[in-house]
Design a protein around this ligand. Structure first.
Ligand SMILES: [Fe+2]
Length: 215
């Protein structure tokens, strides 16, 4: 057997806890990544793992891929994600390193074992994993930054932002520091944990993407 391998590192301007929330927020994949993902179903999950099924299209593969995915937060700084498809198994290991100024460095190592003649596919594997990583990364960045911004304003799941709900001119009583906690499983609002959740739209006007950040 041969092992295809790729390693990608990317800095993110938010704490690692928000990136981890994003990776375990399975509902968003059929919305934020609606061009690639068609359906997501969570079979079971606990406070540091999730077992799900994903239906998606990926570059260079001319058919819909269905994979079973086991994601395990192996520590507050590391995650292992195993994608089992009909033809192959992809093992991904993420490392989340804290950087100064509410930033983090995400490192992703991907490996796939293949029969040895297919080891020639290494350049293709490297290109495909990079392309997939950066396509989904670019779509996730606005969501992560927005999460950080509203978190600092006191956002609570399913409650929103208190001072906006109360129609007062500015936030009051918020702590100066409000670290984002790792709290899994992420709360759900759809049927993703029952029969699954299909993408709600196939086309969308992507307001705000590619624009400069708000002051
Ligand atoms: Fe995402």
């Amino acid at each position: 057997m041969a092992t295809l391998h790729s390693k990608i590192e990317q800095e993110m301007e938010c704490p690692r806890e928000i990136v981890i929330w994003n990776y375990f927020d399975h509902e968003h994949v059929v919305g934020t990544h609606y061009k690639s993902y068609k359906k997501i179903r969570v079979y079971d999950e606990k406070d540091n793992w999730c077992f799900a099924e994903r239906h998606f299209n990926i570059s260079y593969i001319p058919f819909m891929v269905v994979s079973k995915n086991f994601s395990h937060l192996t520590s507050p700084h590391t995650m292992k994600s195993i994608h089992i498809g009909k033809l192959a198994t992809l093992v991904q290991e993420y490392t989340f390193r804290d950087l100064p100024g509410e930033k983090c460095l995400v490192t992703l190592e991907s490996r796939m074992e293949v029969p040895w003649p297919l080891g020639l596919l290494q350049p293709f594997f490297y290109e495909m994993t990079r392309k997939w990583f950066y396509a989904t990364w670019d779509e996730d960045v606005p969501m992560r930054l927005r999460r950080l911004k509203v978190w600092k304003l006191g956002f609570k799941n399913f409650e929103g932002i208190g001072f906006i709900n109360d129609k007062t001119p500015k936030p009051a009583g918020l702590p100066a520091e409000r670290p984002y906690p790792i709290e899994l499983p992420v709360p759900k609002s759809t049927s993703v944990c029952r029969e699954g959740y299909e993408r709600p739209f196939g086309e969308s006007v992507e307001v705000g993407y590619g624009m400069p950040p708000l002051p």
